[in-house]
Design a protein around this ligand. Structure first.
Ligand SMILES: Nc1ncnc2c1ncn2[C@@H]1O[C@H](COP(=O)(O)OP(=O)(O)OP(=O)(O)O)[C@@H](O)[C@H]1O
Ligand SMILES: [Mg+2]
Length: 501
């Protein structure tokens, strides 16, 4: 393309001025040609460098399994439909999970929209259970992702329950969705009775009609599982046979005494048995039974009479669970963040909500356990949670555990120990693992625990906020979560840092 240079003339000019102007024009035109030649030269050199191997060696990239060839590649632009291309170029990009479910964001590898619905994928047998683990460094965007998933999934009729919202950050989201928030702690906090019977489903997991006897057994098992987990966490050891027998007898006696069974009554029965339910085999006298239950009784007394949990779980529930609400959360922001009792509290609220959600007729729902890493050091609590995961799958619940660091698993116990197996079992029970940015010292733990490839580990170390590696069954995606402006406002947790302004 040739370009011309001209002078803008306004008014009369002398001969000398005309000569001067045309000399300047010629000079500028020559200068521009020179510049153009230089640009062409640089472009040519850059293109040549690509094929000469500066960017890509002619024989292919170095490294194992990179498909190196001694013959330089000659690429030719080609157009074809994806139907043809997928057989011509297999394994280049994922076809995606389809468009069913909530839109999450941008699949960075295949450059398509990424949608996700664990129930749909479970029905298609792409995953073996609908449970999800989300792990990532502090502030990497885990909760935002879950909040958007919950809000967007509401359009598909999925409900969301958050039993332990430690920071109270779900409250605006739940309110925006027209759900109910239960606030615990503080001056006017609600009381929850973790021994509430909960919802009685018409049929049990095996499809059998729930008779009175079966129901009583189910409730007894649930109460034992909760109090057993709490006691073991408080004692810092697994329960022995004496503890189990005393606990069972105390719960039985509490129920037989009539009225609403409460934790303080169980404590009373442990420390000074009333023998309402008689003596269990193995205890000849009430003194012997009291001796068997003394450790458990004293431990449980710590959470009912003293400590951070006093006054929260020692009476009948002052709120009712509303299973029809599209979203529900238990706001724990009034509980001191560093409180040692927080994991116990989360377990109580979790158990209360889980028992209220029994049954397959409540529709498919998410149960989101935020800050689940706080339970990691307490295998008893994890054990209970894992059992719960197994139960709820049949009832259409997708359990989501949100954790910070995968090395927390190492703190649970040495590799191969029972405690460690419990924690790893919890992860093994989640078919979908979303890994957000990890601190560099966490990469090895992530690789080991989640069975990530080297390429996946490399990708995770470079992720930005809101982007994550999704391992869905055996397939992997790199996804950038996208939020609308309204979602960004309602899910923002940086307001205190000035970003909210
Ligand atoms: N997809 C995204 N795009 C841009 N910003 C995001 C995205 N997701 C989250 N953020 C921002 O990052 C901040 C932290 O997000 P979020 O609270 O979800 O992180 P987190 O991983 O749950 O943190 P924590 O570990 O403290 O619970 C929020 O203020 C949020 O607005
Ligand atoms: Mg969070």
């Amino acid at each position: 393309m040739s370009r011309r240079v001209a002078t803008l003339v306004t008014g009369e000019r002398t001969r000398a001025q005309v000569r001067e102007a045309s000399r300047a024009e010629r000079h500028r035109a020559a200068e521009m040609r020179r510049e153009q030649r230089e640009r062409d030269r640089q472009l040519k050199a850059a293109q040549k460098a690509i094929w000469a191997g500066d960017y890509l060696p002619p024989e292919g990239e170095a490294g194992p399994r990179m498909g190196r060839s001694l013959v330089p590649a000659h690429a030719r632009a080609e157009r074809a439909t994806t139907r043809v291309l997928r057989t011509q170029y297999p394994f280049v990009a994922e076809e995606g999970l389809g468009s069913a479910g909530a839109y999450i964001g941008w699949d960075k590898l295949s450059r398509t929209a990424f949608c996700f619905d664990p129930f749909e994928l479970y029905a298609r047998r792409i995953i073996s259970n609908p449970n999800i683990t989300v792990s990532g460094a502090i502030g990497s965007g885990k909760s935002s992702l879950m909040k958007c998933l919950a809000l967007r999934s509401a359009a598909f009729g999925r409900k969301t329950f958050v039993p332990g919202d430690v920071k109270g950050e779900w409250t605006p989201v739940v309110k925006a969705a027209g759900g109910a928030v239960i606030s615990i702690g503080g001056a006017d906090g609600a009381k929850l009775n973790p021994l509430d019977e909960g919802r009685r489903p018409e049929r049990d997991l095996d499809g059998k009609v729930v008779t009175d006897e079966l129901w009583a057994r189910t409730v007894q098992r649930q109460r034992h599982s909760l109090l057993g987990a709490l006691t073991s966490a408080l004692l810092g050891r697994p329960l022995d046979q004496d503890d189990h027998t005393a606990l069972d007898t105390a719960i039985d006696a509490t129920v037989k005494r009539g009225g609403v069974p409460l934790v303080p009554t169980v404590v009373e029965e442990l420390l000074a048995p009333s023998l309402t339910a008689g003596l269990p085999l193995g205890a000849a006298t009430s003194e012997q039974l009291a001796a068997m239950g003394r450790a458990a009784g004293l431990a449980l007394q710590r959470i009912t009479r003293t400590g951070d949990l006093a006054g929260m779980f020692d009476g009948p529930s002052t709120v009712r669970f509303d299973p029809a609400a599209p979203m529900m959360s238990v706001d724990l922001r009034n509980i001191p963040q560093g409180s040692e009792a927080l994991p116990l509290l989360m377990t109580c609220t979790g158990s209360w909500m889980e028992s209220a959600l029994r049954g397959a007729d409540l529709g498919q729902r998410y149960m989101i356990y935020e800050e689940a890493h706080r339970l990691m050091p307490l295998p008893g609590l994890l054990d209970r949670m894992r059992d719960q995961f197994k139960l709820t799958r049949a009832w259409g619940t997708a359990n989501v555990i949100v954790i910070h660091r995968l090395s927390d698993l190492d703190a649970v116990g040495a590799a191969g120990s029972r405690e460690r197996a419990v924690a790893e079992g919890l992860l093994a029970d989640t078919s979908t693992r979303v890994v957000y940015r990890q601190e560099s010292d966490q990469l090895e733990a992530a690789r080991r625990t989640l069975g990530m490839s080297e390429a996946a580990v490399r990708a995770v170390s470079h992720l930005i906020v809101g982007s994550g590696l999704w391992m869905v069954g055996k397939r992997t995606f790199l996804v950038g979560h996208q939020r609308t402006r309204w979602e960004a406002q309602v899910t923002d947790t940086d307001a205190g840092m000035g970003a909210g302004a």
